[in-house]
Design a protein around this ligand. Structure first.
Ligand SMILES: [Zn+2]
Length: 500
């Protein structure tokens, strides 16, 4: 697996590890776990409050590119100015971009409840954003029922006026020409060459190519269909291409069609970065191999066995088997009693984390302001001298303005913390308990929220959960299942054949 390192040093604390130390520790970890470092990002101390972290921004934007799978970090607090900013950035990396974060020291809050709090925060944030996309979806439905423009790209040949599709007299002739040329037998390559030579542009302002032309030639909107989320409403927008011409083009395309390359399904190894080899303590990662009759088998494999020469001889473990086992253990945690206990503890941690230094300062400033305000009022009331009363009175509006400003900042700081109530958490965990066990999204969420580390031995497995303090060891159960599965044709473990 490919990893990047993020290191940051701020001069605020003398006890902080230097950038070099952080990178060294992370590199060490990577070596021990068979991760390949492909890039290192580091932000040196910024003076004063200026804390832009340009390389953190670079890392965040690189997340959308497929250049790494894991972010190694010395400690979670490297990710931001405060706990919340760190959480937000961790959310971007893990949830929005599906990368993993591994914190080497995990001193965000060392308690298991602290870790659990962090994952719960992220999970609920994800739930909220799902809720948000639902609302956006509803708004789009409202629009599509009226055949209004729903955002997104506008096909070449149209423009949007008052949220409705109308013909664009400048570009509609280009669309007609493309259909006519193709129907006459001109190839898409030739058409795109001609258009580009004339300086014509696609709806997004790009040059034409095979793909954009193919998309256009198949677009039923040119027949007057309003299309949204698989729903097609005929005669809903102005028609640019006649039925006959569209039909002719479709027939030609069908004839020219080559079998499309089969899309490779993305397989999620949900235990990645959480599953470790019991023998050598290295990480176990996803691996697939073909068995008899070309059936694909998926496994987790100890990274030590991939090294040359091999440093470990742990056998692979069947992916479905180990994932199902871990999911089942997670669900066992979700008893009604446990849910209540977890909710209570998470609230306690949340309250502790909330009291950041920044918030403390602001609250102190607010108190100070209120004290001054009271004193000034008191002085006005006690003074017999008109001019003194007047001078004091003039200070009042400024103090009140300041009060408002501080209050605003406090609200902002507090708002940053998702204010989870005990009821919210109970609701969240209960819905996790009732979730569909086969839904990949649910399986991932469950593992991310609960599982901290899993060590796989030959005869047992230990799981540490984010919410608990004691590792859970599975033995008898595993052994009996191993025996049972070992006999089946699928084969639970398979011996890697020695290289010839
Ligand atoms: Zn191993």
């Amino acid at each position: 697996m490919r990893a990047v390192i993020y290191a940051r040093y701020s001069s605020s604390s003398q006890r902080e590890a230097s950038i070099e130390q952080q990178i060294e520790k992370c590199t060490d970890y990577a070596e021990r776990n068979g991760l390949v470092i492909v890039k290192t990002y580091a932000d040196k101390a910024m003076t004063g409050r200026n804390d832009d972290r340009p390389n953190l921004q670079r890392l965040l934007s690189d997340c959308s590119k497929n250049i790494f799978d894991v972010v190694l970090i010395y400690a979670m607090d490297r990710f931001g100015r405060n706990v919340l900013q760190s959480l937000e950035n961790a959310y971007i990396i893990e949830t929005e971009n599906n990368k993993r974060i591994i914190s080497i020291t995990e001193n965000f809050d060392d308690s298991s409840m602290g870790r659990f709090f962090r994952t719960l925060q992220m999970a609920t944030a994800q739930m909220r954003s799902d809720d948000m996309s639902e609302r956006i979806r509803l708004g789009m439905k409202y629009n599509s029922e009226r055949c209004l423009y729903n955002g997104g790209g506008v096909p070449l040949g149209y423009k949007i006026v008052n949220q409705r599709f109308v013909i664009n007299p400048d570009t509609a002739p280009i669309v007609k020409m493309i259909f006519e040329l193709y129907a006459e037998g001109v190839t898409v390559t030739e058409i795109s060459n001609r258009l580009n030579a004339q300086g014509a542009k696609t709806s997004t302002g790009a040059s034409f190519n095979k793909n954009s032309l193919h998309t256009m030639l198949k677009n039923k909107r040119y027949l007057g269909y309003y299309i949204h989320k698989g729903n097609e409403v005929p005669n809903a927008i102005p028609q640019i291409i006649s039925d006959e011409l569209f039909e002719k083009v479709a027939k030609r395309m069908e004839a020219n069609k080559r079998a499309p390359a089969r899309a490779k399904a993305k397989i999620d190894y949900i235990l990645t970065t959480k599953l470790f080899c019991g023998h050598c303590k290295k990480m176990m990662t996803g691996f697939s191999g073909k068995g008899h009759l070309k059936k694909v088998y998926r496994y987790y494999i100890c990274n030590g066995t991939k090294e040359r020469p091999k440093t470990c001889d742990k056998k692979m473990v069947n992916k479905e088997y180990i994932e199902d086992l871990v999911i089942a253990e997670c669900r066992k945690l979700l008893t009604e009693k446990n849910i209540k206990r977890i909710a209570k503890e998470v609230i306690a941690v949340s309250d502790r984390e909330k009291d950041t230094t920044n918030l403390k300062c602001l609250k102190k400033a607010l108190k100070e302001n209120e004290r001054k305000h009271n004193n000034t009022i008191q002085a006005i009331m006690e003074s017999d001298i008109e001019s003194v009363r007047k001078a004091l009175g003039e200070q009042i509006p400024a103090l009140e303005e300041e009060h408002k400003e501080i209050q605003k900042q406090i609200d902002k700081e507090e708002r940053l913390f998702l204010s989870l109530s005990e009821a919210d958490i109970i609701f969240f965990l209960t819905s996790l308990k009732k979730g569909n066990i086969n839904d990949i999204k649910y399986r991932k969420l469950l593992v991310n929220v609960f599982v901290n580390k899993i060590f796989l031995y030959d005869d047992r497995i230990t799981i540490t959960f984010n919410s608990g303090d004691e590792p859970v060891t599975l033995t008898d159960k595993l052994l009996s299942e191993l025996e049972e599965n070992g006999k089946s044709a699928e084969g639970l473990f398979f011996e890697k054949s020695a290289p010839p």
